[in-house]
Structure formats: structure tokens, C-alpha cells
Design a protein around this ligand. Sequence first.
Ligand code: OGA
Ligand code: MN
Length: 290
Amino acid sequence: MGITVKPRHPALGAEILGIDMRQPIDAATVQAVSDAWMKHLVLVFPDQRVSDAEHVAFTRKFGEPEIFHQTSLHLRSDRVREIFLVSNVDEQDRLMTPAEPSQKQLSSSRQWHTDSSYRPMPSVGSLLHGIEISRTGGITQFINMYMVYDDLPEGLRKQVEGRKARHDFGMLSRVVGSPPPTAEEQAAMPPVWHPMVRCHPVTGRKSLYISSIYNDAIEGMADGPARRLIEELTEFAAQPKYMYRHVWEPHDVVMWDNRCTVHAVTPHDPGERRVMHRTTIVGREPVTAG
Ligand code: OGA
Ligand code: MN
């Protein structure tokens, strides 16, 4: 049985029909999903009532799931260690307030970023399962960074070509005022330098690689101008023509490529429960400028 691929936006994002993540999936189907993923960058799998174990098993078809290194804020599930909790409800089913440390840290995902870019070999992709979705906001927006790179005005292109930016996990706490990582967590994840223009290892295409929440420095630039350059690049990228906005339905699973997209979620009423479980596929190689 083949899959059906229905594009949701001209720039990126497609719906995949004909998959049941609870059932075994053959190699030809995995290949068809991979091909669609490389073409559309963000895939939406509607109506996948998976357990965390099934979610992790499906993720393994595409690589090794990442285990989040930070344990102090309980964003990593205590039950299934490959699950990252993108939720305002804890594992004891308690609705949390926006002032709680984990929620402050999660609020950083309202700014454009790509997952785990602070690792020496950043994540390949992520799969987010919407278990309890928001109706007041919580729209997850994605940008095609290949298109952004291709369309960069000359003035901006000159400033990023051949240049590296630093990605620091600790930057998060400075951006949103959440507790800084512990000394141990900091030692486990020292800042790393990655090219600002990267070459995709599968498609060979170049994309802009930046992060509003992890970039804390740019090679050869003072802090102020570096910050402003990231803001200017982000503003250029965040145009509707490059963006797919995912409005969630219960039990959507959305799978995105962290190498050529950035994402950001819109705010929602904090009194409304939002329970989302994410797996993250570990990177297999360093970022290369191509
Ligand atoms: C993520 C993230 C998106 C969302 O899961 O990586 O940034 O919709 N959040 O909450
Ligand atoms: Mn994210």
C-alpha cells in the first residue's frame, strides 16, 4: 500500500495519508516517507493515536532518538526518556503556570529556532505528537530556509557567506529568564560554532542556519551588531511566502527537518491544557558549509 502526499503550502509542508504508526512499516514505505520529507521539509501525519513507545519506534525508522541532556527542569519525560515534554501539564497531570521554570524555558519556542543546534552534531529532525492541542493559539509555524537563503538580499548574503555563528544552550536562560543550566549541564553542552550557511547532507542544497534563541555570537562581529544581524535575518525569513503554519488537530504527528527549517509556536491561553510529546533525531554529522 502506497502513501498519498498532499502539499499544504507552496513553500513547505505536506500531509501524508496511508500510514498507521501503530503498525509495522516496510522499508519501501519508510523510503517513500523519507523522499517526501526531503521534498516537503515538514510532514503532517493526521490521526496517529500512538503511545510514547510507538512514537519512539516510528522515530527509530529515521535515526536514533535523542535523550535531552538537561534533567533539572523535567522537560524530559521520567517515563520514556526519549520523550521531550512540550506541555503545560506535568506527568502528574497538574496544569502549570507560565511562571514555573520549565514553562519559562519552553516559552523560548515562540522565537524562531531549530532543535538542538547547540550540539556539535545538531539534530536531523523532530517529531511532535499533539495529544491535547490548543484552540486559542499554539500554532506551530515553519520556514523553508533553503528559499530564504536563495532569496537573501545581497547585503545580507555577504554578511553570512563563509561565516560562523555560536550556538549556546545556556543562551536560552538569558533570553527568557529561566534558571541557568547547572554547572554539570553546562559542562555537558559547551557552546559550538556552526556555519551560517549550511549544505544539506541529503539534498545538497544550501540553507540559512540561524537561531534567535541559541546564537549568542557571530565570528568577527561585536555583540550588538551580531544580535542585530540575527534579528534582521530572522525578519527577512519570517515572510508568509516562506512559511507553513500548522493548526493542530488532536493526534497529528508533525515531522520536520531541523537542517533546513526553523520553527516558532504562537502563544495560547495559559489556562488551556496543551500536551505535546516530541522525539528528536540525533545528528550523525557536523554542519558543513558545503
Ligand atoms: C518544539 C517546539 C513547538 C510547539 O517542539 O521543538 O519548538 O508547537 N515547540 O510547541
Ligand atoms: Mn523546537
